[in-house]
Ligand binder design. Structure first.
Ligand code: HEM
Length: 479
């Protein structure tokens, strides 16, 4: 089945067909010489709920997963047990702090106003064709480093410069995808001999070490020299970045975390960039592509924005409360973003390993120490889960009769994961995506370049577009 798996990563329709025919779960068999590639593949919400919530303690990321992503060290998404609990609680704490939320609002709005919109203005005047996927990935990379360290790598600018840290992430991601479809002994051998994609992974690891060390040293020095670690913006609001938070962490609450250890800070930097950059930019890219295919959805979103824009926004800068209330009213936009991610989930699959043997609600037996894979990309397209219109882009499916956002169980809408390991940044992600979409739609029309490549997903850890999203921009008359 190995060639079939490789083929299926490009022929997802066939995979969905097999899943529907096999009652949403089947056993994937690797070749005889790579039995550890065997995995139970499921998109059955009852199985997903069982594994990720009811019997959570029996399913871990596993040693082999950790080995595959070893270049990221003890990153939050690869850890288990007490270390994971400490990392999760501390990351939730920083995400909910006022200083961090102030920083997040200010970096997103200033990056939009000072960088993205002026760039779009120039591109629209010059009629430049631009790859929106590249723009969003750079935008979110800069945002993630601003949130982490307060300093801006400026990867998004008219010149679109190469940034070694961003490139190292891309190379590492590609090498890890190769590891996923290769027998373990083979990529291990390649790694030892420095061959193939493994060479790029080794180089990426060295770049991670070197660049993170610079950020950590600079931040330690800043904290040492300034004493007062909290920055105050021109608007009088305090702000706090993630590195400052971790370097000055109250370790009495987190006995497994050691802020004096640069390796711990390095792994945290990498995990946060991964969590923020590729997920959010993927959602934005697919969202704007879908809008170009469904102009009536775009029109409805514009109407909703116009209807809810507070009058005061013309006269005075928005307060945080104005902004929050405005974004909360954009229910149809929220629905359209969820609908995008249902069909194009930024993380297209997830994997778990069992500790003890188990029986799933579907009746399938999971042996001890065996792998289970959730194909999130396929799950959003299964008719018995989402209805006969599962393949259609319909934001309306998310709106209840009373006009509110309809709740769907996370075992069905697995985009942000489910159970104790649910994404901690879901709220931040939705606020950021909505803020970016509103600014762009208010000022620009996005026109797809016709006759370019067919839009198709690329096999990667995140759901990327194989040939990017090439567009031109037109300034709107009212802007
Ligand atoms: C559209 C955007 C996003 C999507 C689709 C998304 C999705 C996910 C998923 C599927 C996981 C589980 C990963 C795993 O366990 O293998 C996860 C974990 C996580 N995400 Fe997000 N994420 C998004 C944005 C963000 C943002 C902006 C942050 C902010 C820092 C964030 C922070 C985290 C953290 C801290 C975890 C680890 C949770 C844990 O293991 O306890 N995410 N996310």
């Amino acid at each position: 089945m190995l060639p079939a798996l490789v083929l299926w990563s490009q022929r997802i329709d066939a995979l969905i067909w097999v899943l529907e025919k096999s009652n949403l779960t089947f056993l994937f068999k690797g070749p005889w010489f790579a039995r550890r590639m065997d995995a139970l593949i499921t998109v059955d919400p009852a199985n997903i709920h069982h594994i990720l919530t009811s019997n959570f303690s029996n399913y871990i990321k596993g040693h082999e997963f950790k080995e595959m992503v070893d270049v990221f060290g003890d990153a939050l998404f690869a850890t288990e047990a007490e270390l994971w609990k400490n990392l999760r609680l501390s990351s939730q704490a920083i995400l909910s702090r006022q200083g961090f939320q102030n920083l997040s609002t200010s970096v997103t709005t200033s990056k939009l106003k000072d960088v993205l919109l002026p760039m779009f203005s120039r591109f629209s005047e010059e009629g430049t064709v631009v790859d929106l996927q590249d723009v969003f990935r750079r935008f979110m990379f800069d945002i993630s480093l601003l949130l982490l360290s307060g300093s801006d790598p400026q990867s998004l600018s008219v010149e679109m410069p190469e940034v070694e840290l961003a490139e190292a992430f891309d190379n590492a991601g590609e090498a890890i995808v190769s590891r996923l479809i290769m027998p373990r002994f083979l990529w291990k051998l390649q790694n030892r001999l420095g061959l193939g994609k493994e060479t790029k992974l080794i180089e990426a690891g060295a770049t991670f070490d070197r660049v993170c060390a610079k950020y950590i040293a600079a931040k330690r020095e800043e904290i040492r020299s300034q004493g007062d670690i909290h920055h105050v913006h021109s608007d009088g609001e305090e702000s706090e970045d993630i590195l400052t938070y971790y370097i000055t962490l109250d370790t009495s609450k987190y006995e497994y975390l050691d802020p004096s250890d640069d390796k711990f800070l390095r792994d945290t930097i990498l995990a946060i960039i991964m969590a923020i950059r590729d997920t959010t930019s993927s959602a934005l890219t697919w969202f704007f592509w879908l809008l170009s295919k469904y102009p009536h959805v775009e029109a409805k979103i514009r109407q909703e924005i116009t209807k809810n824009l507070p009058e005061a926004s013309q006269e005075r800068p928005w307060s945080a409360t104005d902004r929050r209330e405005f974004l909360n009213k954009l229910v149809y936009l929220h629905a359209a973003i969820y609908e995008t991610m249902r069909l194009y989930p930024p993380l297209p699959f997830q994997q778990k390993t069992s500790i003890k043997s188990d029986v799933l609600p579907s009746g399938h037996i999971v042996d001890a120490n065996s792998n289970v894979i959730f194909l999130v990309y396929a799950l959003g397209r299964i008719r018995s889960v989402w209805g006969e219109d599962a393949l259609e882009f319909k934001p309306e499916r998310w709106i209840s009769e009373t006009g509110e956002l309809r709740h769907e169980p996370s075992s069905k809408f697995l985009v942000f994961n489910s159970g104790p390991r649910t994404c901690s940044g879901k709220h931040l992600a939705m606020v950021t995506i909505k803020t970016i979409v509103v600014e762009i739609l208010q000022h620009y029309d996005i026109n797809l370049v016709k006759g370019h490549h067919k839009i198709k997903p690329k096999a990667h850890l995140n759901l990327l577009m194989k040939h990017g999203l090439r567009v031109t921009l037109t300034k709107r008359c009212s802007a």
